[in-house]
Design a protein around this ligand. Structure first.
Ligand SMILES: Nc1nc2c(c(=O)[nH]1)N[C@H]1C(S)=C(S)[C@@H](COP(=O)(O)O)O[C@H]1N2
Ligand SMILES: [Mo]
Length: 407
């Protein structure tokens, strides 16, 4: 296009767009809308072996609490900065009870024994020859979202960051169990990690046969060391602790093995002093990621409320959003495809008039289960629980646009 024509076209476009609203004001006001910038006047940088985010777009995990010792760390995913449902591998949350072991993949072995016809010792090469499946699933630590001690200055990374979602590739546990042949009285499987705490959990056999994966890849590349390289168990929809990283042993038995992680930890203390064991499923939950804690709404007008919903029981069926603290609710739009036991993005256009508002989201899953209000959850579970807080969670927008956490 010749220069003069181009200017005329842009003037016209600018004029038309300017009429559409304040957001396009900058374009309409610009003297020279398409001046040739410096970066267009010279050759760009050369290619990199492994790509990195653009400078200035670097999100980061951080430890939510100072670890008791360096290996016992939990780092949180910056949910407020992510789009869609996939967590980039470098930002997947981490929970290590005894640090990240440095495993030589050539010397790593997986032993399968106990109540099986043909015990096996497998190398990584052996496992890579089995039929491979790839599935998109969320992973959430059951200790995500502290039960007590909510803070107004929480960001969504602080309150919900022990949550990530990836495409996991590996061998279905069912395939391997068919290979070793489980005995008729088999009912539970012990999974053990190769880290310094030999993290171990018992999994009911029927649960283990329902989509569990011996995963060696994550979002297309081999697992990151912090996610269990070279092999982890991945149990879709269940509390993160069951997805044993650095997996080295599977033992089939006829009863639960009663490991430390299912007796002293990962149980739910009820108001009457009894403790629930093996509360494995992550129930339906959702959270608004924008606007969220620490963010600031700059100007009144149209804003899109965005968030994530998930359930360990299948698919998210719907998400309702309230902007008035629960007095009224509107159904949000679910961004497809809505996959089972996977994060689902929801969004809802909202006109912010500039006043105070209280934003809440409430997920519903395909079983009919509805994410509970905090009072309802505490009514049943009391306040002595630590794990499985899936209560409705709110953000307060102040008249000036500042966003903080408010139940
Ligand atoms: N071997 C081993 N497996 C483990 C853990 C661990 O410390 N050691 N942490 C568990 C916990 S509590 C969670 S929530 C998830 C975290 O997985 P991620 O670090 O890949 O996010 O792994 C689980 N598997
Ligand atoms: Mo966890």
């Amino acid at each position: 296009m010749r220069n003069e024509n181009r200017r005329a076209f842009l003037r016209l476009a600018g004029g038309t767009l300017a009429g559409a609203g304040a957001a396009t004001g900058a374009l309409a006001r610009s003297e020279e809308p398409l001046a040739v910038p410096d970066w267009t006047r010279q050759q760009g940088a050369t290619a990199a072996g492994y790509g990195q985010p653009a400078p200035g777009e670097t999100l980061a995990r951080y430890a939510r609490l100072p670890p008791a010792f360096p290996g016992a760390v939990a780092t949180v995913t910056p949910l407020q900065g992510l789009h869609g449902v996939i967590t980039p591998n470098g930002l997947h949350y981490e929970r290590h009870h005894a640090g990240i072991p440095a495993i030589d993949p050539d010397r790593h072995r997986l032993v399968v024994h106990g109540l099986v016809e043909r015990p096996l010792v497998l190398t990584m090469d052996d496992l890579l020859r089995f039929p491979a499946v790839s599935r998109l699933h969320f992973l959430e630590c059951s200790g995500n979202t502290p039960w007590l001690g909510a803070k107004p200055d929480w960001t969504v990374q602080d309150s919900h960051g022990l949550l990530s979602c990836a495409e996991w590739t590996g061998v279905e546990l069912a395939t391997l169990l068919a290979e070793v042949g489980v005995k008729p009285n088999a009912a539970w499987i012990l999974a053990e990690g190769a880290d310094a705490c030999a993290m171990s959990r018992s999994i009911p056999l029927d649960v283990a046969l329902d989509g569990a994966i011996l995963a060696y890849a994550q979002n297309g590349e081999r697992l990151r060391p912090e996610q269990g390289y070279p092999l982890r168990l991945f149990l879709p929809g269940l509390e993160g602790n069951l997805s044993i990283k650095w997996l080295r042993r599977l033992k089939v038995g006829d009863r639960p093995f009663q490991t430390r992680e299912e007796t002293s930890k990962y149980t739910d203390l009820m108001p009457d002093g009894s403790a629930r064991q093996f509360t494995l499923v992550m129930e339906a939950k959702s959270v608004i990621t924008a606007p969220s804690g620490g963010q600031h709404l700059r100007e009144p007008g149209l804003h899109e409320i965005r968030g994530l919903a998930w359930t360990g029981r299948g698919r998210v069926a719907g998400v309702d959003v309230s902007t008035d603290g629960g007095a009224s609710w509107r159904p949000a739009i679910l961004e497809g495809p809505v996959l089972p036991r996977c994060l689902t993005r929801f969004r809802l256009p909202w006109r912010w008039e500039g006043g105070a508002a209280r934003l809440l989201s409430r997920a519903r899953d395909e079983t009919g289960y509805v994410q509970p209000a905090r009072e309802a959850l505490v009514g049943v579970r009391g306040t002595r629980s630590y794990y499985h807080n899936n209560a409705v969670f709110g953000w307060a927008v102040a008249a000036g646009g500042a966003v903080i956490h408010a139940a």
